[in-house]
Design a protein around this ligand. Structure first.
Ligand SMILES: C[S@@+](CC[C@H](N)C(=O)[O-])C[C@H]1O[C@@H](n2cnc3c(N)ncnc32)[C@H](O)[C@@H]1O
Length: 232
């Protein structure tokens, strides 16, 4: 599906923020995701973060770390996979992929979009993940999910995502970045600070690489890509 013209993008972003705020105002930090996917399931192009292509910073990470394809048997997990493009990219590069999202509608759409891929798609909440997933993935990829969660819920989410990484495995996080002094937006996405991501990595993980990306025409927000490693 092609990208939406900008005017429509602005409208869909406004309606998404309205849905998010209605949930957040009544103390429900997670319910809005499913409502947004459901509201736009007939035309998923209206989901503001849906660009129908793998994340550019996942693609460049894979080009740098696995140019010839991922090692045979690599197990990858995509957190908050949305419509599935990042999972599909990892599968194309040879990984056995498990992808999950809180939203059952997102998972249905991802399954429909990539019927031929031997990817496991799951509707699952990162706050209560299946025990067998713990420490079982060689590559864990997360883009733009942490920044969609209110500050008070973020650390636990980070810990739970980190717990998916196998010994010797890597976690790659992509997020919008802000300085501590920058104003915190009233509605998601909430860009993250370096301190949240780097100062105290979850137990067992070390920061292997930190890369910042200035705003560009395609990505108007400043971004960061972190690569963490769990010791073997
Ligand atoms: C901003 S979207 C990003 C989606 C996708 N990663 C991308 O880059 O297009 C955030 C995603 O996180 C998912 N999500 C939010 N909270 C979650 C949770 N507790 N467990 C699993 N997924 C969650 C949402 O349903 C949504 O698909």
């Amino acid at each position: 599906m092609p990208a939406l013209p900008r005017s429509n993008y602005s409208m869909s972003r406004e309606s998404t923020i309205a849905i998010a705020k209605a949930h957040l105002d009544r103390g429900d930090a997670l319910g809005w995701f499913e409502e947004v996917y459901r509201a736009h399931s007939a035309d998923a192009r209206e989901i503001p973060w849906a660009d129908f292509a793998p994340n550019d910073l996942l693609v460049s990470w894979l080009d740098a770390h696995a140019a010839g394809g991922l090692a045979a048997g690599t197990k990858a997990c995509v957190v908050g996979c949305g419509l599935g493009d990042d999972a599909a990219e990892l599968a194309r590069r040879g990984a056995r992929v498990t992808a999950f999202d809180l939203s059952p509608t997102a998972i249905d759409l991802a399954r429909q979009r990539f019927p031929a891929l031997a990817t496991e798609w799951h509707a699952a909440d990162l706050y209560s993940l299946p025990a067998p997933w713990r420490r079982s993935f060689d590559v864990v990829f997360e883009a733009y999910t942490l920044q969609s969660l209110p500050a008070g819920l973020r650390r636990q989410a980070f810990e739970n995502i980190a717990a998916l990484v196998a010994p010797g495995g890597k976690l790659v996080i992509v997020a919008r970045l802000r300085e501590p002094a920058d104003a915190v937006p009233a509605a998601p996405p909430w860009p993250l600070t370096r301190a949240e991501l780097i100062d105290a990595p979850p137990a067992g993980l070390t920061v292997e690489r930190e890369e910042e990306y200035p705003p560009s025409d395609k990505h108007p927000a400043r971004r960061i890509r972190l690569t963490y490693r769990r010791e073997p």
